[in-house]
Write a protein that binds this ligand. Structure first.
Ligand SMILES: Nc1ncnc2c1ncn2[C@@H]1O[C@H](COP(=O)(O)OP(=O)(O)OP(=O)(O)O)[C@@H](O)[C@H]1O
Length: 249
């Protein structure tokens, strides 16, 4: 298992958001998190790279293990954790810098100075994110001039460049057109050979197309987890069936 979540409860002030969650995420797999708006999916993935720590009212109980080490242990370096657990957001958020600098940025802040090595990693990351052919002749151009779908693949390249183990994606296609969405889905498919991916999606078809495992969230609880085929074809819980067939949410 790459990630193991045990009895996780989280709070923002008095509000109890995630309730006694347990989950296991196998290495080199894609796990989809589905569920209605406000049920805690984003809060959950932001717990895996300790992004919620930036909210002063946040606190948690329970354990999240990454390769067997509790990520909330005092010995864990949060900067290193966020390098190992990268994140791609709903809206593409490139820096207002060149395409090259966007991808090189993470390497540089982690202290890399070898220009040849940086150039090599930038090229490899753009290739892995399936955008190299579209940008190789304009690496000095501002990333803000790319289309939304290209910007999202650039953000994925930026995440890959720092060699993460896990990539968290929070509705990575929700701001994209159908063709860009398919490109990102193909990309997710190829990325799982090297990375473990946990992805929030509101799109049921997308969950069935890209993930092997699915967890259904409702009101801060995980109602059902399992193989995506089983969850969508033969859910054990009535509430899962009602949600995936569009009866609520
Ligand atoms: N920083 C915060 N401070 C206080 N409450 C928060 C904070 N972030 C999220 N919440 C609350 O936590 C609950 C879960 O929100 P979350 O964004 O995790 O849900 P979600 O399932 O990802 O929703 P959506 O699908 O709409 O993105 C909501 O009630 C929300 O208001």
């Amino acid at each position: 298992m790459k990630i193991k979540v045990e009895n996780l409860n989280t709070y923002f002030g008095e509000a109890h958001i995630l309730k006694d969650l347990n989950m296991e995420v196998p290495k080199n797999s894609v796990t989809a998190l589905i569920g209605p708006s406000g049920c805690g999916k984003s809060t959950f993935i932001r717990t895996i790279n300790r992004m919620n720590d930036l909210t002063p009212t946040f606190r948690h109980e329970g354990n999240i293990y990454l390769d067997g080490v509790d990520i909330y242990d005092d010995s864990v370096d949060v900067v290193d954790l966020r390098r190992r657990v990268g994140m791609v957001f709903q809206k593409p958020n490139p820096f207002p810098k060149s395409i090259f600098e966007n991808v090189a940025y993470g390497l540089k802040i982690h202290g890399e100075t070898d220009k040849d090595h940086i150039a090599q990693v930038v090229e490899e990351s753009l290739k892995a994110a399936a955008i190299w052919d579209e940008v190789k002749d304009k690496l000095d151009m501002s990333a803000m001039g790319l289309s939304g779908g290209q910007q999202q693949r650039l953000c994925i390249a930026r995440t890959i460049a720092t060699s993460p183990d896990v990539i968290l994606m929070d509705e990575p296609c929700s701001a994209l057109d159908p063709i860009s969405t398919l490109k990102i889905e193909d990309l997710i498919h190829s990325l799982k050979e090297d990375y473990t991916i946990v992805m929030v999606t509101h799109n049921m078809q997308q969950a069935t197309r890209v993930s092997e495992y699915t967890s259904f969230f409702l009101n801060g609880e995980i109602i059902e987890s399992g193989l995506t085929d089983q969850i969508f074809v033969n859910p054990k819980e009535k509430r899962t069936e009602e949600y995936i067939t569009g009866r609520f949410g």
